[in-house]
Ligand binder design. Sequence first.
Ligand SMILES: *[C@@H]1O[C@H](CO)[C@@H](O)[C@H](O)[C@H]1NC(C)=O
Ligand SMILES: *[C@@H]1O[C@H](CO)[C@@H](O)[C@H](O)[C@H]1NC(C)=O
Ligand SMILES: *[C@@H]1O[C@H](CO)[C@@H](O)[C@H](O)[C@H]1NC(C)=O
Length: 227
Amino acid sequence: MAKSFTLCYLLLFILPASMAATAVTQSKVTDNPADKLVAAINENRTAHKDSSLFDNPGLACLALQYIKAYQGDCGAVGGSDAKKPPESQFAEEFAPNCGVKASTLARITGRFLGCQTKYIHAPEAFSEILIRNQKSLDILYSKNHTEVGAAVTGTDGGSPYFWCVLFSNGKSNSTFAFEGGVAKPTKPGCYSGANDVCSGAHDWSQVSVMLLFTASVLIAMGFAFPL
Ligand SMILES: *[C@@H]1O[C@H](CO)[C@@H](O)[C@H](O)[C@H]1NC(C)=O
Ligand SMILES: *[C@@H]1O[C@H](CO)[C@@H](O)[C@H](O)[C@H]1NC(C)=O
Ligand SMILES: *[C@@H]1O[C@H](CO)[C@@H](O)[C@H](O)[C@H]1NC(C)=O
């Protein structure tokens, strides 16, 4: 209770100031941590002589919904209690929430999910949380993927922070299409591919630094599923 009050207080007073600051630099897509994560993935794939993947905003919005299915429960991401939303939830819940046409859903060929109580930047999330072993490298370098979507969010705008990457083998310009072709805003959280400045997580990092002084336990969870 005290913690969420502090957070609200910080959000009320810090966010408007930093939003005003980012409004000046509106054109910088690089302000979105989900876009930065996709950039890190594509850089690493191309350095490994694999194709660069199309950043599909519809798929990325599904990644954000995927995170929301965990309801902020970091412990459910990895370990013995790990859970995975059922496949049917993509068509029944994630797609309608995003305004993605169910008829344009394509196969998911890989997914990464990570959660950590401390906010870190996209390149570190990539190398420290999401890519942790040979299994995750095999998924990263799979030739099955043609497109990717990434999302990042903090629960109630704060810790824990979730990172999710979904890969698909669908045709880039015809799959995970939004109704009417327009990306549906689904705040809070940031997703890739929508040319959308989303500095929320950046602002949360300031907040989390303060909250961390009182947080004694740091959790880091990561999970990679081939399909
Ligand atoms: C790709 O990422 C992996 C995992 O973080 C890392 O070990 C490897 O050095 C990276 N490759 C390049 C070329 O950056
Ligand atoms: C690629 O797809 C094939 C066919 O569905 C599957 O058997 C294989 O495991 C996939 N490869 C990876 C690395 O996921
Ligand atoms: C989708 O991509 C295909 C192949 O790259 C291209 O032929 C087609 O014109 C594209 N369609 C649209 C609507 O951009």
